[in-house]
Every structure is written in structure tokens, then in C-alpha cells.
Design a protein around this ligand. Sequence first.
Ligand code: ZN
Length: 164
Amino acid sequence: MDPSLRELYQEVILDHSRHPRHFGPLDHATHKAEGYNPLCGDRVTVMLALDQDGRVADLKFEGRGCAISQASASMMTEMLAGRTLPEAQKLMDGFLHLVKGEDTKDLAADDREHLDVMAGISEFPMRVKCATLAWHTFKNALDEGKIEGASSSEAIGYKKGGAA
Ligand code: ZN
């Protein structure tokens, strides 16, 4: 990789870890899960709100960990918001392939470009679990983290395609 590009990517990761997007509690969450990476000590809680169309209307995270785990969680919340569950699954699969250095043909071109800052992780197998922690936790929240009594009808109105 071009050294200047690598430097830029490190800046992006540090910026996300220092100023994480979508950090904090999510009041109207419908699903929630906690994740822990014992190899590094990273902890993350992912909260999301599914709307009635089965779309990720909103998601946020909390937790502490290394720069990579925090940056990955921050990027994830930015990228998954507004997606349907099949779209979210596809993005997650593509991300997991990317950080393991595998084929990413299943990722849309703009998603691949957005996630390129994380591609270098594949050179550091010890850090892959840092990068994937939030994504696995998101999946766990969907699969087994439904919050009792939470109603998707109260999810905030995400406007399809950003239409005003
Ligand atoms: Zn870590």
C-alpha cells in the first residue's frame, strides 16, 4: 500500500476512535447486545432500532477499547443506518471478508471504497477480532437481543432515500 495512503487511513481510524459517531445510549432501541474481545480487552454494546419495514432505523454503540475496535464500531454505525436487514447482512459479510483479506466482490463499490481504510487490518491477524467485534455484536443483537416490550412502531421515522 502507498505509504501516504496508509498514513491517511491511520488518520481516519484515529479520528473515528477519538470522535466516535453514534456513540451513546439509544432510547428507543428494539435490540441490544454486548460484545467482548478477550484478546485485547475491547468491550462494546450495540443498540439498534428496527422500524416496521425491517429497516435499521437507527443504531448506536457504547464501550471502551483500542482505536481499531472503536473506529470500526463508529464506521459500522454510520454505514448500517437506514439499511434493510438483507442489506445489512451483505455489508457485514463483505466487511468480514475484507478484514480477513478475502474476496470482497459481494461488497457494493461505494461500500468497498468507504471500508478501504480497514483493509490494512488483514495484515494484522491479531487485530481482526478488534475490527469485527462491533459487527458480530450487531448480529448478536439482531439474533438474540430483542428487548422485551420494545415496539418497532415507535422507531423514529427514517426517510427512505433521504427524501424530505
Ligand atoms: Zn482491540
